[in-house]
Unconditional design. Structure first.
Length: 136
């Protein structure tokens, strides 16, 4: 497979109104918010720096989409979201499932999961990448 990047898909729809509704939901009842990826990687004012720095250090492009954008562009593969996909010439291939993401209790666990999957695919994460000190 010729890898073109990673695609993280949120279990939320795009748009200002949807974003405001999601923010309110996360603030009022974070335990019932349906996007664990959002909960791990964002705080109310934006993306967590640790996540952004980690992604910036990865050796391949990283993309993000909302659920509605993903289904419009890629025809909506029938997978539970949020999820991460490896992008190749054939399109997105599910790489980290919603169940995998749901099992992450903290951002560090998601970072470890991404690093482990990259390593399993033969992709080395540079040693200077945030959290790389956790790998052997």
């Amino acid at each position: 497979m010729s890898t073109r990047g990673l695609l993280f898909v949120y279990n939320a729809d795009a748009g200002l109104i949807n974003g405001l509704f999601d923010l309110a939901h996360k603030l009022v009842s974070p335990s019932t918010y349906p996007c664990r990826l959002c909960g791990l990687t964002y705080f109310p004012l934006g993306m967590r720096r640790q996540w952004r720095d980690f992604l910036d250090g990865l050796p391949l492009p990283v993309h993000f989409m909302h659920r509605d954008e993903f289904r419009t562009i890629h025809g909506g593969p029938d997978v539970r979201l949020p999820a991460a996909f490896m992008l190749d010439a054939a399109g997105p291939v599910e790489w980290i499932t919603a169940t995998d993401i749901d099992r992450c209790g903290a951002l560090d666990e998601l970072l470890d999961l991404v690093r482990a999957r990259l390593a399993a695919d033969g992709i080395t994460v540079p040693s200077g990448t945030v959290g790389a000190e956790l790998t052997s």
